[in-house]
Design a protein around this ligand. Structure first.
Ligand SMILES: [Zn+2]
Ligand SMILES: [Zn+2]
Length: 288
């Protein structure tokens, strides 16, 4: 009887100690993630960018070419967190869309933002079916919209210039969702695979393109990142999302030369892996 009492006491204390450790783990985890962080995941040849806001909101821009993004989210999100507030699909090419299918299956998604162009691939069909099945709210992106994600953070949609829902653009890169994220006085410009045609359209529109970080268009292809566009955006940092030894030869030397000419510091997922930046509202710091 005495032994039961003795061991029972020890087990009780053990469980209590574990409970305290678990609570501290959660408190420390939540505190560590109470920052504004933008992570460019290394998902091979494609784009997947994760934005964490101090109020707990999480946004994923594109999902890369495979379900690798799900593993990345697993590393960056606590196991109990099964929701993402906003998914942005910049355009329906597989190197941006495919990973989002797995994300839609595994997570509760608050809202999706996309251009909504017609695109007849099995993957895009599955995307539409999943959105319907899971009853996800879809917002058709269009220039002039502003999405508030916290009192000090919002997304401004700079393109597409007109409602592109159910349209069939010759090049889906011209109906790209281009957005600018602002957190206090720090900014990031997300261009997806925008090419020079759209870059010039943005320049001519008088949009405020100035950004601390530029997500370089189309994986550093030479069809993007025009001189005038970089001059106007005047970023301190450029991030190129490309796969190691990819068959397209991205990023192109011409793009690297343009960015270097303007004194922009270049980060590349093919060389640097996942690239994280945190902002205190005044400037970005790279977590390397
Ligand atoms: Zn792409
Ligand atoms: Zn593309």
């Amino acid at each position: 009887m005495d032994a039961v009492k003795k061991y029972g006491h020890a087990i009780f204390l053990g469980v209590l100690a574990l409970g305290v450790v678990a609570i501290w783990y959660i408190v420390l985890y939540v505190e560590a993630h109470r920052v504004f962080r933008v992570t460019f995941f290394d998902v091979g040849q494609g784009d997947a960018i994760f934005v964490e806001v101090p109020n707990g909101n999480q946004i994923l821009i594109d999902g890369g070419p495979s379900d690798r993004v799900a593993a990345k989210l697993g590393e960056h999100m606590p196991f109990w967190d099964r929701s993402i507030d906003l998914l942005i699909l910049t355009h329906p090419h597989t190197d941006h869309l495919n990973g989002l299918l797995e994300v839609l299956k595994r997570y509760d998604v608050g809202m999706v933002m996309e251009a909504g162009v017609r695109y007849s691939t099995p993957e895009y069909g599955e995307w539409r079916d999943l959105l319907k099945k899971k009853n996800v709210q879809v917002m058709v992106a269009q220039r002039g919209q502003r999405v508030h994600i916290s009192p000090s953070a919002d997304f401004d949609i700079l393109a597409p210039f007109e409602n592109s829902e159910n349209t069939s653009p010759k090049n889906v890169h011209d109906a790209m969702v281009v957005s600018k994220l602002r957190y206090s006085s720090t900014t990031v410009l997300f261009t997806g695979d925008a090419e020079e045609t759209l870059e010039y359209k943005l320049l001519m529109s008088g949009a405020d393109l100035a950004a601390d970080i530029l997500k370089v268009g189309h994986h550093g292809s030479k069809t993007s990142t025009a001189n005038a566009f970089v001059r106007m955006a005047a970023p301190k940092i450029a991030v190129i999302s490309a796969g190691k030894n990819n068959r397209y030869g991205h990023p192109h030397q011409q793009t690297l030369d343009t960015l270097e000419k303007f004194g922009v510091k270049i980060f590349r997922t093919d060389r640097d892996g996942d690239i994280e930046f945190t902002s205190d509202g005044n400037s970005f710091v790279s977590e390397f």
